[in-house]
Design a binder for this molecule. Sequence first.
Ligand code: NAD
Length: 350
Amino acid sequence: MTTIRLGMIGAGQIAAFTAREFARHPDCRIVAVADPSTERASALARSTGAENVHNDADTLLDRDDIDAVYIAVPNMLHEPVATAALNAGKHVLLDKPFAVNADGAENVIAAARRNERILMIGMNQRFEAGVQRARQLCQAGRFGGIYHVKAYWRRRAGIPRLGSWFTNRATSGGGALLDIGVHVLDVALHLLDNFRPVSVSGATFTRFGNRGLGEGGWGRSERTFDTFDVDDFATALIRLEGGVVVSLEAAWALHQSRGNDHDVLLYGEDAGMAVYAGELFEPGEGGAYRVIQNPEAPPPAYPHGSRAEHFVNVLLEREAPIIDLDQALTVQRLLDAIYTSAAGNREVLL
Ligand SMILES: NC(=O)c1ccc[n+]([C@@H]2O[C@H](COP(=O)([O-])OP(=O)(O)OC[C@H]3O[C@@H](n4cnc5c(N)ncnc54)[C@H](O)[C@@H]3O)[C@@H](O)[C@H]2O)c1
């Protein structure tokens, strides 16, 4: 293959962003878009130059002029749509979260292996400049032994559209934890290079959305549901093999000073780092302590900074895949375990 012919399944808010990343790749062409909303599918097709619009995924998957698909549909459709795509012989970039639970994720992995197709989960945060820099510094041993990571994504008022699929458990599988907690959890384990959890203690809360409060602007799908039955705040303590502890917080809505408070803090024996803020903390000369802004690191492994471009490069055999399916499955198992722990008010051993 010299050019990847791409189909886009789901033409909602994130698809518009991801399409721009695919469009930047000189060897990728968007051929078709599928979405039950003709208006959204047509708008995305127009903006990407795709000549074909479909109202359902199956019609797009029947096309033999498509090599791969990007899937960005409501979470409960990740498993069936990704499985159908893999069974149709397409390579798949599936947006996060992997599925609504680990059983679903395992089924998609089985379909990828059975059909010998490439399946990648769209963990875009791994390509952020700060994360790539921190990863280089971790690999260079700059922090000494890291024993604690604090990973958080907390919004003051950032519930995606109240009443949409996001805020209903049957269609989303979960709330803030599954939606944004997944990102910083994945980044934490990726930086530690440790996907070997031992135990989890989690708690979840529904305190804003159920009162009609805390809505943000994300999401294009219709408002369909009256009830809000997912978490708008989640917290967890995760022990990893080797004794490292990760503390996680995810909030769609929270009383706090900042509108969006988001970082992964690394605490090592020799140095620490606020990954997204780009600040490194370490002892300096003569007993002084220093905070280094944007510390120097080897050049990023993925200068394009894009999961979409990475996916195309993997299909073209120009880059080795950075997003490992066993790792993605472990993250999904951890999310499941946090919900189990929260529901049962107890620690869960893995
Ligand atoms: N990586 C990220 O940072 C990121 C950010 C936002 C959303 N996402 C993920 O992307 C997915 C979509 O989120 P969104 O924010 O774009 O939501 P959205 O509600 O804006 O869009 C979802 C779209 O899917 C369409 N759809 C529903 N059923 C479909 C089907 N059977 N076939 C094709 N299309 C169908 C809807 O009509 C809608 O246009 C979710 O899984 C979400 O978790 C990832």
